[in-house]
Design a protein around this ligand. Sequence first.
Ligand SMILES: C[S@@+](CC[C@H](N)C(=O)[O-])C[C@H]1O[C@@H](n2cnc3c(N)ncnc32)[C@H](O)[C@@H]1O
Length: 293
Amino acid sequence: MSSLSILPHEYQRFCDFLQRSSGIRLGAGNEYLVVSRLQSLMVDQRLVTYDQLLNAMEQNQNLLLAVVEAMTTGETEWFRDEHPYRILRELILPDLLARRQSVHVWSAACSTGQEPYSLAIELMEYQRRFPGSLPPRSTGLLSVLATDLSEAALSTARQGTYSQLSIRRGLSADLLHRYFQIMPAGLGSNQVSTHDRWRVNEDVRKLVTFERHNLQRPFDEFGKFDVIFCRNVLIYFSADLQYDVLRRLHASLKPNGYLMVGASENLLSILPLQAREWFESVQCFPGVVYRAR
Ligand SMILES: C[S@@+](CC[C@H](N)C(=O)[O-])C[C@H]1O[C@@H](n2cnc3c(N)ncnc32)[C@H](O)[C@@H]1O
């Protein structure tokens, strides 16, 4: 048996394992995803069948974590979809600052850091436009918490260093030059090279705290937030887990706090009727944000 095929019972067993450990629900017909994402790991571990892999994971926590890592989708970009950040700038921040002084933001499922750093940059841009409008970071009233299940993604995020390719995905030249430092690939050239990397400035990095966290687990220890971005992760979960996470996100928001989900995640269709009253949807054209009642 080559690692290129997975038997029906192995696929079922693998799906059960993945859902239990990460909440990610693969559903029918995604065998190719398991095979393609685990191929090199199977070769490295000299495993021939997926039953062997599943058995080995029971004894080996590191292998289990590596498998979960391989199955996560870290697709992200700077200022993804634009409208969430426009809504933050034009609706959420003015509303919050008129009512209270703190701006505690949580990027739940932050992947490699583009989302929390975009949020931090948006806060700094707001402060630049309206000096004195936001509390200084030193007061502890301004913060961005960023969490994810994937340690590999978090390690990139903490480093805060990105390739040209990643930088081109959503970042304007203006923001790049204001909030990043170039780390030239080689000496002796004044030209920007495609091999150069860019590091998020310390001021931005200092606003963001990264922590590993699985959204299946309780998160009340993180405290209450004014704004939560939980984008493009609920889509991977079962309806039960979506409901459970949204219930707990609602509990983690301060009254009238805001929840931003992904463009393809519609709370009103995810939540059962009786739970829709947790959030009031605010249509923003384009985009929608949910305000906790
Ligand atoms: C598609 S990325 C979304 C990143 C970012 N929020 C965005 O919208 O660009 C999904 C992220 O969810 C994370 N993830 C998957 N399951 C998770 C879980 N149970 N708890 C926390 N994060 C999870 C993955 O590691 C991945 O980084």
